[in-house]
Design a protein around this ligand. Structure first.
Ligand SMILES: NC(=O)c1ccc[n+]([C@@H]2O[C@H](COP(=O)([O-])OP(=O)(O)OC[C@H]3O[C@@H](n4cnc5c(N)ncnc54)[C@H](O)[C@@H]3O)[C@@H](O)[C@H]2O)c1
Length: 302
């Protein structure tokens, strides 16, 4: 999925150069060459280079997307990846910082909210430079499910998912979703709405079951969209996992909320008025993320 992210980034020429880094000998070099060989066909000038664990090559990076770690297998939850991925994400984040002290980190590895919190605690970076990518993907999957039910163009839909990036912790906000400004709830029965919400929540697990490993096209496109808003200073609104200090009634946690992304990382949190049941769902989701974070504390992850 790291390679698909890079593929999307070079196609859009979001960077002069992209470095693909992996621990497995030759893998990043091979993927980078493969992507480079599409340049003549697709007409982009961005360079892409692959390296095996050589962080000096990443020096002076503006943005780094961390996708390293193990993905889930069918039947696994994102949370089961915690121990292995904690060591990897911490190691990668600290190595990146050695060579790029001003870098903005986009954390994608799962369990993403907990890995984002770990990256923040382990690096001590200002909170605005640590962004967890999950809600952007979940929101795109939510729009896909809505488009299928409504027969609508996905680009005509506005819909966001907040909360933790987990099968049971994400909250697709169907009450707020619109179809070119018309409420989608006007066109879907309560049963259909419940189906859309449920299918969105298990969207990742459904694909893991079909493919046999974690999906990569939509995750890669979502990570690249986050990078684009940062490097082009677009100030786009995305759901991202950011550090809360009282917003949405939560403190000392990274979890998905609507934010503005620009050249300074996440620049502003938008506080959406939630109704009572949405508030209760958000608090429950935060409790689940916090219990994952406590596992990190127990194993002394930072
Ligand atoms: N947040 C999201 O929306 C989202 C979406 C999809 C996948 N994911 C997560 O992203 C992660 C990657 O998924 P994937 O499908 O790309 O897996 P993958 O196995 O295809 O790729 C992971 C890569 O990380 C490399 N790696 C392992 N340890 C490393 C280290 N210490 N340094 C550098 N590289 C290292 C591996 O060699 C491997 O090539 C998983 O944790 C997955 O669950 C998150």
């Amino acid at each position: 999925m790291g390679a698909t992210t890079a593929d999307n980034i070079v196609r859009k020429e979001l960077a002069e150069e992209v470095i693909l880094l992996d621990i497995k000998e030759g893998l990043a070099e091979g993927k980078a060459q493969d992507i480079s060989q599409t340049a003549a066909l697709l007409g982009f000038d961005s360079k892409i280079k692959g390296v095996t664990n050589d962080y000096s090559q990443t020096a002076g990076s503006t943005v780094a997307v961390i996708t390293s770690g193990i993905p889930r297998k069918p039947g696994m939850t994102r949370e089961e990846l915690i121990g292995t991925n904690a060591n990897i994400v911490k190691d990668v984040a600290l190595n990146l910082l050695k060579y790029s002290p001003d870098v903005i980190l986009v954390v994608v590895s799962n369990p993403m909210d907990t890995m984002t919190y770990l990256a923040l605690k382990a690096t001590g970076l200002p909170k605005n430079r640590i962004i967890g990518m999950g809600g952007t993907l979940d929101s795109s999957r939510f729009k896909y499910q809505l488009s299928e039910r409504l027969g609508a163009s996905p680009a005509d839909l506005n819909a966001i998912v907040i909360g933790g990036h987990g099968d049971t912790t994400m909250i697709p906000l169907i009450r707020h979703a619109t179809w070119n400004s018309l409420p989608v709830t006007a066109f879907l029965s309560e049963e259909e709405q419940a189906e859309v919400v449920n299918d969105t929540m298990v969207g990742g697990a459904t694909l893991t079951k079909l493919i046999g490993t974690s999906a990569w096209y939509a995750p890669g496109a979502s990570s690249a969209a986050v990078v684009e808003s940062i490097v082009r200073d677009q100030k786009k609104l995305f759901t991202a996992s950011v550090y809360l200090e009282g917003e949405y009634g939560q403190t000392d946690i990274n979890i998905g909320v609507p934010v503005i992304l620009g050249k300074n990382g996440w620049e502003r949190i938008l506080e959406l008025p939630l109704d009572e049941s949405e508030q209760a769902e958000f608090a429950k989701s935060a409790d689940a993320v916090r219990s994952m974070n406590n596992v990190l504390k127990e194993i002394g992850a930072w």
